[in-house]
Design a protein around this ligand. Structure first.
Ligand code: ZN
Length: 288
């Protein structure tokens, strides 16, 4: 039996998922399209303990959680709230911040919206997704605000998070993107990120940072060396603006969504919704 049809409009969505019961039945229909069977005895007869979100087998009385393994698992938030959050996050282009989610859902605490967004973003990453291929630009930047007395560039004792990014180059635009928080800028770390994000044999464009030399074994590595490779480059390959890493005291622009983005990416390099017609903001203007 096929999964239930998803609503096509916001009005349809709101009408259909207005109650806990409606949301629960939708989840059950998605998880067990051929009807629930007890995982212990295989019996097809069960009843719902709605207050506890549990299905109880009539034969052996085993209890199975309706939400186990789903995004709302082990949360106290009402299912309609979770459904509304999922709708907003998955239908909004180009993305949705925790602050927007808090406002749209009328949540009292920013932290609640932030946690919901993390769970939804993790669920949106397809585990078996393909690695990037073709021509891929690889770079990294620091995220975390202004550090007093900094000249910018790659600095070992920085307290900021380091964000590695790879993006497919498609003409004048960009294709798929992979991002991850990395521990440092060593050759081993960047090679590991590249291995997870980029298919072997791809053309990889980087700046002249010496750690990227290790990429030559698996990729057609094309560094663009500007000045001394041990010092920060003045610009990224293919970029029209200086890299944020090269700006004195500069950090990448940080919005309310930035912290959540980083945490999502620390557990799994994350697929970001992309539009091939929109250039990837490789060198965001410095806001600091
Ligand atoms: Zn049973």
């Amino acid at each position: 039996m096929a999964r239930p049809v998803f609503p096509r409009s916001l009005a349809e969505f709101q009408a259909r998922f207005a109650s806990d019961e409606a949301c629960r039945h939708y989840l059950m229909a998605c998880r067990w399209p051929d009807g629930f069977r007890c995982p212990t005895c295989g019996d097809a007869h069960s009843y719902l303990l709605a207050a506890r979100d549990l299905l109880q087998c009539r034969a052996c009385r085993r209890q199975t959680s309706v939400t186990a393994g789903t995004v709302p698992d082990r949360t106290r938030l009402p299912l309609p709230l979770w459904f509304a959050a999922a709708y907003l996050v998955t239908t909004h282009t180009p993305g949705f911040s925790a602050l927007q989610l808090q406002r749209q859902l009328g949540l009292g605490r920013y932290e609640t919206a932030w946690t919901m967004l993390q769970k939804l973003r993790r669920a949106m990453v397809r585990p078996e997704r393909d690695r990037l291929s073709g021509t891929v630009e690889l770079d990294e930047t620091y995220v975390g605000g202004v550090e007093e007395g900094r000249r910018g560039g790659r600095q070992r004792d920085s307290k900021k998070s380091i964000l590695a990014g790879a993006v497919e180059v498609r003409g004048h635009g960009s294709g798929r993107i992979r991002l991850a928080v990395v521990a440092n800028l060593s050759a081993a770390t960047l090679a590991r990120f590249a291995k997870e994000a980029i298919a072997p044999g791809s053309i990889v464009l980087t700046d002249g940072w010496h750690s990227y030399r290790a990429l030559s074994g698996s990729y057609e590595h094309r560094p663009t060396v500007i000045g001394d490779p041990k010092t920060p480059p003045s610009s990224c390959p293919g970029s029209t603006e200086p890299s944020p890493t090269s700006r004195p005291g500069c950090s990448a622009p940080i919005t309310a969504s930035a912290p959540s983005t980083c945490l999502t990416m620390s557990t799994s390099s994350c697929s970001v919704s992309t539009d091939a017609a929109r250039p990837w903001p490789r060198s965001n203007p410095c806001s600091a």
